[in-house]
Design a protein around this ligand. Structure first.
Ligand code: SAM
Length: 300
């Protein structure tokens, strides 16, 4: 047997888990082939798997012949069960946290438990793997040196538009999640806000009808409407950052707007800032409302 074959054999037989540890395990976002061998080993060894939706996870685990006990931990009960889980961990239990798809805590439950476990000095081990945001970024061809993850945009149209106005000022790529229910409305708003700016749309990643396109924001609604299949499934949107000059212009307008907001109501401040800088009044008004929403320190 070669040395590397020995190492592989030892790694295979060695336990992947230890008592009193919490494992945060990423699971596939569509293609079951993406559950790593290490994730499979951890899930097969732990005492209990904490899952967002036990029925959904049971199906996935059955595929791998894993039959460990499942306990539901989701956004509605996470706070209520956390103390009990910490107690079990302190007693030496090996627990694995998974979500319905991808990496737990990324627009998924788990934050309350992980924060509490860290505060209680319980060892937490990441078993990394699929994440829709990172998968989309890695194939979009949009700048990946600096990016921000925004999760889901607000469901209410006015709040969503305001949020987009603020995000439009960022100099880095912004990653947004969206579902099929709201994709058409969200793309309309993105088209209005970002105009000619490049936006990536990735849908059904790792699945049969996977797609990833990059186009000017204003073309997105027509692209979606051209084929009814395109509104189906799950989406990641990637908003490219403001070009340096655009960012600078808006940066200057924002600075002036903040000064004016100290003395004037939002509409007058936006009008004056637009007159002074040549930026669009509508955009500045939305920004003024967003700044006021965040409180007085943001207008300083
Ligand atoms: N924790 C997951 C992760 O690591 O990506 C995200 C969970 S969040 C509740 C679900 C959202 O992720 C979907 O609405 C969609 O925006 C995105 N998503 C999940 N799977 C996807 C896929 N296969 N293709 C594109 N987007 C996906």
């Amino acid at each position: 047997m070669t040395r590397s074959a020995w190492v592989a054999a030892l790694n295979h037989t060695a336990a992947a888990t230890a008592p009193g540890h919490l494992y945060v395990v990423a699971t596939p976002i569509g293609n079951l082939g993406d559950l790593s061998p290490r994730a499979q080993q951890v899930l097969a060894e732990v005492d209990t798997i904490l899952a967002e939706d036990t029925r959904n996870s049971r199906q996935m685990l059955n595929h791998f012949g894993i039959s460990r006990p499942l306990l539901a931990v989701h956004e509605h009960n996470e706070g209520a069960v956390v103390d009990k889980l910490l107690h079990t961990l302190r007693e030496g239990a090996r627990l694995a946290l998974i979500s319905d798809a991808g990496t737990p805590l990324v627009s998924d439950p788990g934050f309350v438990l992980v924060r509490a476990a860290r505060a209680a000095d319980i060892p937490i081990i990441a078993i990394p793997g699929p994440c829709a945001a990172i998968a989309a970024l890695s194939i979009s061809g949009l700048p990946s040196d600096r990016f921000a993850f925004e999760g889901f945009l607000p469901a209410k149209a006015s709040a969503r538009r305001q949020r987009l106005q603020t995000l439009a000022q960022a100099g880095h790529t912004t990653i947004v999640y969206e579902s099929s229910h709201r994709i058409a409305d969200t793309l309309d708003d993105i088209a209005q806000t970002l105009g000619a700016r490049a936006v990536g749309i990735a849908r059904e990643l790792t699945k049969r009808y996977e797609q990833c396109e990059v186009m000017p924001a204003r073309d997105l609604p027509a692209w979606l409407a051209a084929d009814s299949n395109r509104s189906r499934g799950e989406f990641v949107l990637l908003l490219s950052g403001a070009p340096e000059s655009e960012g600078d212009d808006l940066g200057e307008a924002t600075r002036i707007l903040k000064l004016l907001l100290r003395e004037l109501p939002a509409s007058s401040a936006a009008k004056l800032a637009a007159d002074i800088t040549g930026a669009r009044k509508k955009e500045l008004y939305a920004l003024a409302l967003a700044l006021q929403d965040k409180g007085p320190e943001n207008t300083d």
